[in-house]
Design a protein around this ligand. Structure first.
Ligand code: CA
Ligand code: CA
Ligand code: CA
Length: 171
């Protein structure tokens, strides 16, 4: 199995929030609302708005780079071409930063287990995979993960640096 392609498929499935086989703008709006709701963050709050904006930016970056037939939606085949580091910086980093920020509810730089699970489940990953990922981040069972470490792992996941990216536990 190609671990990189597995990661891409898992990310595609997570982002396709209505599971219709296409990524569309609505999928990313739903994603933003779902994560805010899961974490009890008010929709009008700065963090929820930053996350919504990050989701939008993420979608616009994907669509701009990958929607080859300009039909406003991405098939898996179109999406699978997305691995460019420059694309990550511009289009994914704001999303990754806002996701980890919204899950760090008290802004102390750490994400509690329950919030990590709520956030990642809302993003679309299966619970057992999310729990495995949390254990990989928190091998000593402190009950929290560093938000910075998590951001770095998202970066590794998207830039697909080798098969040992900690995000492989998600697929
Ligand atoms: Ca969809
Ligand atoms: Ca398309
Ligand atoms: Ca915290």
């Amino acid at each position: 199995m190609d671990a990189r392609l597995d990661r891409i498929k898992a990310a595609f499935n997570a982002l396709d929030t209505d599971s219709n086989g296409y990524l569309e703008a609505d999928d990313f709006d739903r994603l933003a609302h779902r994560v805010a709701r899961a974490l009890d963050v008010p929709e009008g709050s700065a963090k929820a708005q930053a996350f919504h904006a990050g989701c939008r930016r993420y979608w616009e970056g994907l669509a701009g780079a990958l929607d080859e037939n300009h039909d406003g939606k991405l098939t898996y085949e179109e999406y699978a071409r997305f691995h460019e580091p420059t694309g990550y910086e511009v289009n994914v980093r704001p999303y990754a930063d806002a996701l980890t920020a919204i899950c760090d509810r008290d802004d102390d730089g750490y994400v509690q287990h329950a919030d990590f699970v709520r956030g990642m489940r809302a993003v679309g990953f299966p619970e057992e995979n999310v729990e495995a990922l949390f254990r990989a981040f928190d091998p000593y069972g402190t009950g929290q993960v560093s938000a910075g470490e998590w951001r770095t792992a998202i970066e590794d996941y998207f830039l697909a640096r080798g098969v040992h990216a900690v995000g492989d536990t998600l697929v």
